[in-house]
Design a protein around this ligand. Structure first.
Ligand SMILES: [Zn+2]
Length: 322
């Protein structure tokens, strides 16, 4: 398994793996979303557990096989995906930290979206990070390190993720995926060179299609009058209502909210991309696009934070934007 990440980060981790004295230090992977932080953390966890400490794992030792079979007693990953941390997940973290390594020489705990940990949990975690004889490497992942306690931050080694260079991305993709240059540049443009988005689009063409449709929908809104906009919004909401739920643990309301947020996110990304393109090509900041981006971000926050009627929010967005 190879990684599409900035080579500086990759080389840093390889060096860290070779430095036996320093392996116990816990890490903070930070940077904007979709840069491959979680994938890298998983790969690095496997490397730390591997008997030969090979980067990416030797794929032969008992540790590597257990890791690949998703059953390694010295490995735990907790992902705070939703809006709130679950007590159950927090309990799992502290239970895991109680034990000594079973199979490997050390234990690895990954906490994704760690900014969602409550302050109380962060304080308890701090006590563990302060223990000198800690045999667990903790990899915390966040897009928002400011939300962590300063005392926690100062105990961690910060690893900043940034986008790889475009040429490195192109070389990587062409080696791994059969894709022609035209489609590749389309994907690079849509994903704004975010590695995780690129890989996601390559592996799941239906998600690429969904993003394209979301952008089309926004363009449709922009060129129509309010009456048509209102009809389009009604159709969109009806489609979301009818959509098959894949995650049965979520209730319908939450499901619609998540999907709507994804659509609005695509709008914001696309508008941001158009603003950059205009800046690069004409050295101009396009006022209508900036207004659109501002209103889209505001709409996203309304949908996220209030239980208002989504159809009304979308209509209000149209009235104030176009
Ligand atoms: Zn191994």
């Amino acid at each position: 398994m190879d990684l599409l990440i900035n080579p500086i980060v990759k080389n840093f981790l390889i060096t860290k793996l070779e430095d036996n004295n320093n392996l116990n230090q816990s890490l903070l992977f930070w940077g904007e979303s979709d840069l491959g932080k979680l994938t890298t953390a998983k790969l690095f966890a496997k490397s730390l557990l591997c008997s030969k400490k090979e980067f990416g794992g030797c794929n032969q030792c008992k540790n590597c096989t257990s890791f690949d079979n998703q059953w390694h007693p010295d490995y735990l990953i907790i992902d705070f995906k939703g809006d709130t941390t679950k007590v159950h997940d927090t309990a799992k973290i502290f239970e895991f930290l109680l034990y000594k390594p079973h199979l490997s020489q050390k234990r690895v705990l990954i906490i994704n979206n760690c900014e969602k940990l409550t302050l109380a949990t962060q304080s308890s975690l701090l006590k563990i990070l302060e223990e000198p004889k800690n045999h667990t490497t903790i990899i915390l992942i966040t897009t928002n390190p400011q939300k962590l306690l300063k005392t926690i931050g100062s105990r961690l080694l910060w690893v900043r993720f940034t986008k790889p260079k475009q040429n490195d991305i192109i070389d990587f993709i062409k080696n791994q995926y059969p894709i022609d240059s035209k489609n590749l540049s389309h994907i690079l443009e849509l994903s704004q060179n975010h590695p995780a988005r690129i890989i996601n689009y390559l592996k799941n063409p239906e998600q690429l299609k969904a993003t394209e449709n979301n952008i089309k929908f926004l363009n449709n809104l922009a060129k129509n009058n309010f009456c048509e906009q209102s009809k389009l919004i009604k159709e969109l909401m009806a489609n979301l209502q009818d959509k098959e739920e894949t995650d049965w643990t979520d209730d319908k309301e939450k499901f619609i909210k998540t999907n709507l947020k994804k659509i609005i996110n695509d709008w914001a990304d696309n508008t941001e991309r158009e603003i950059y393109a205009s800046l690069i090509n004409n050295n101009l900041l396009p006022a209508p696009k900036i207004k659109l981006l501002k209103n889209t971000v505001q709409l996203l926050s309304y949908v996220d934070n209030y239980n208002a009627n989504y159809r009304l929010l979308l209509e209000a967005f149209c009235i104030t934007t176009f």
